[in-house]
Write a protein that binds this ligand. Sequence first.
Ligand code: ALA
Length: 880
Amino acid sequence: MSLPSREIRATFLRFFEERGHRVLPSASLVPSGDPTLLFTNAGMVPFKRIFTGEESRDYKRAATSQKCMRVSGKHNDLENVGRTPRHHTFFEMLGNFSFGDYGKREAIAWAWELVTAVFGLPIEKLGVTVFREDDEAAGLWRDEVGLAADRIVRLDEADNFWAMGDTGPCGPCSEIYYDLGPTPGARPGFDPTDESGRWLEIWNLVFMQFDRDAGGTMRPLPRPSIDTGSGLERLTTVLQGVRSTYDTDLFAGILARAQELSQVRRGADPEKDVSLHVVADHARAVTFLIADGVLPSNEGRGYVLRRILRRAARHGVLLGLDRPFLFEVCDAVVDEMGEAYPDIAARRRYNQDRVRREEERFGETLAKGLGLLEDEVGAAKRAGRTALAGDVVFKLYDTFGFPLDLTEDILASKQMGFDRAGFEAAMNEQRERARAAWKGSGESAVGPIYAQLAADFESGFRGYDALAADSRILALVSGGAAVPQARAGDAVEVVAEETPFYAEGGGQVGDRGVIETATGRVEVEDTQKPAGGLIIHRGKVVSGEVHVDQAARLLVDPVRRGGAVRHHSGTHLLHAALREVLGPSATQRGSLVTPGRLRFDFSHDAPLSRAQIEALEDLVNGWVAENAPAVVEQMPHRDAIGAGALAMFGEKYGDVVRVVSFGDFSKELCGGTHARATGDVGPLKVVGESGIAAGVRRIEALTGAEALARWRDQERALERAAELLRAPVGEVETRVEKLLEERRALERELAELRARERRAASGDLALQAEEIGGVRVLASRVEGVGGADLRALVDELRERLGSGIVLVAAPADGKVTLALGVTQDLVGRFKAGDLIRETAVIVGGKGGGRPDFAQAGGRDPGKIDEAFARLRELVRQGAS
Ligand code: ALA
């Protein structure tokens, strides 16, 4: 019996736990606070800021099995996945990490020990690569491990220098390869560059030494570190003695479900195997992405999810499945992996539902896309072309979710090609757009001064129980630099040994207040935590001076803090109520807690009904009335999640977490400040509900005094309206309805009066008609007529004349409008549009219209008579 993947994962973690590593749970696929990265793509991502020294933890060694996604890169272009034996979108990366603790020697020795002594891989089947210039690593492999010289190959940056992305921690690396046995075309000996598939990379050891900035400059890291990554899928392939990851037990249950549903057997037809593999790989990606809060959409992460899901659905079609099926394969993913990843087990139903809905939606566009493709192919053939335009193929790809390979398949069957360069150009444009949209999504860089201070100091937060503290000033920052003292008028940032000030975090705004010393006073406007455990009080010296090392008294503004506390606890109650009303899929996406209001963003894809909002308010206010006390506990992250505590997706939490509970209805991981009991929150009122992004809704609410103030404002507004209406408040509605009705009646009456007046006026005007060359012409100025009335007037005059040409000029506000009508019997000879063009020029305007009616605007009412004269002239010419 070969080693099950479950055992491989556990053995790896245990091996490093025994060597002093803290074993941590996998972080979310959605990187926390890292806008430079679409997905967590390596085990080191959650530790990025520890490597750069911006953050520290109470451990220096860690080991994880990390969920990862890669959808671009050398081998991970989506189109490849399923076609090669071992590339995936979603995968698990086993890794051990040293944060400035051990270095190359231990990393290499342990990797070797685990691979050979524990997993028992034969030494003669292993080879390693090192970075061209890394003599130290090469020496360690040769002298300490005892590897033969021909099993150590030096490669350059492209292969042996690892970076998380364009910026961030990076360094030279060393990779361990395994010989899968002779393949056709393989070169003899150890050759990692051989592309025949013989040598499989199973472990990458990165010697983190640099931090690369956006300009490409590499700065040495404060403490060189170790980051390693071994793909569980590949390691399992090797340890289970198979050639493809799809042959491991990781995929067995998932592929079995796909085969059962499609009634297609693996191994019978290579093309069908590709489809089965695509379905299996993508079902894993889809399951984990949705469980981490990503929803299908047309941008960013949601777009990647949608592409993956549709590609899987289309391959289902190729397997003969003409109904939603992927949701059932995703269910098999939960069966297989739910034990290792409780998150996906907890969301089984929700997951199924989302996937199924997206499959149904794609089912509709699929038919339309195929129709478009048929049409385009037909048109191209008729035009004698043998290739389809690149932008058509891109449209299918982009709008209809057709993967390129699918379009290619279909085109090939019709002996058609396509303009690949055009497709690529359209694709690049799209990528640029996506990149541009991805940039600038926040997170300002930590100034170097803060990183420095964070390395030197840590501030103790004392503000959970106290609003005042006696402490000492550790550092002062002014103008971006540390200063020994600050004087009245200076803007300053104060670092103290201990502080009751809450630094902005977890959605809650930073505290305000004052810091007093024997010689001066600082008014604090904001409190922030820019790096690590460093808390800074940002404000201004308002009197005297303060200096480093001085004793200081720190006093938090209690009213402001009180408001923040109420709204923060209110946010927790609202979150709990949302889950009761909408179900567990309403997961938190963000929040803002200020002293005056709260805002809560969550996953949900339809507006909330009034009944749902009222249900939320009733639940929360019921809990408030219970006056349930807050219980705050510290516990290991694992236990907290096990006890059902809610944690925000993508939020970073330490190993030991703070859990805030109210009664048995609310339990959340939270570092914020809270009410002692729900009663302190006071009434909670929802004042806004809106959509802020695809699948994300926002609720705004007020608590306590703010809720009351809001009611009062509204009451006052209602009373003012009642006063204006001279009616009791209770009758405002019926009175307004009545007023509106009366208004409608008056408008009707007014319109009738106007029409009557117009008819009378037109009777008089018609008498002014003159005859020019046998054509009746009426040119007249009218006052106070505009818009539709002007047109109606021209119609009426035309009717009165029976046969003729009517031009009316309506001056108003220094401008003039001309309207011109020609009766039907004359349109053969005179075109209203032509006549108006020539007359409008005279009043400095332009216009046009149909043969029987035209309109124009002009800027020179003083020339109306001239315009009339021009009309007469035109008629004379036309009549002759
Ligand atoms: N971070 C390294 C990798 O992903 C270990 O290969």
